[in-house]
Design a protein. Structure first.
Length: 155
């Protein structure tokens, strides 16, 4: 399978997940990994699976990832997109009001999936989220193992 992992990362957590996905997939697939600011949409022409990862920032993906997703187009009907984000587990937020605002505001993976589906590109379900302890991280224990398990199920 020809796979392209595209990620953005602010504090390095989303990048760590992307690297774990790359390490898991590289033995049996042709895999490239790129930060979103090193991408253009012509790089996806021969890709079977795109994996998109972004931290959730203000209920959305980062601006570079949002711009890339909005510009993504393909005439490859077989291409599919798997999506993950990194975020704080809203159940760990102490304030009930803040917890409800975060939960209702949405997450990066949902926003990316909506745009991609509206373009008629197939999105692999389920979307995934990997949790950080604080806004800057680190990732919670076990999250890289969950990333490996997730990608093994969907490839």
């Amino acid at each position: 399978m020809n796979i392209l992992i595209i990620y953005d990362s602010v504090f390095g957590n989303t990048e760590k997940v992307a690297q774990e996905l790359y390490d898991t997939l590289k033995e049996n697939n042709k895999v490239e990994i790129r930060k979103v600011d090193k991408m253009n949409t012509t790089m996806v022409k021969e890709i079977d699976l795109i994996i998109l990862g972004s931290p959730t920032r203000g209920f959305s993906p980062t601006k570079p990832m949002t711009q890339f997703v909005k510009s993504l187009e393909t005439d490859n009907d077989a291409m599919k997109v798997a999506i993950y984000d990194t975020r704080i587990d809203y159940m760990q937020i102490k304030s009930r009001l803040a917890r409800n605002i975060v939960h209702k505001g949405g997450y990066a993976n949902q926003k990316m999936a909506k745009v991609i589906k509206n373009k008629g590109i197939r999105v692999v379900e389920p979307l995934e989220a990997f949790y950080v302890i604080e806004s800057e991280g680190p990732l919670k224990d076990g999250e890289l193992k969950r990333a490996k398990d997730w990608i093994e199920k969907i490839q």
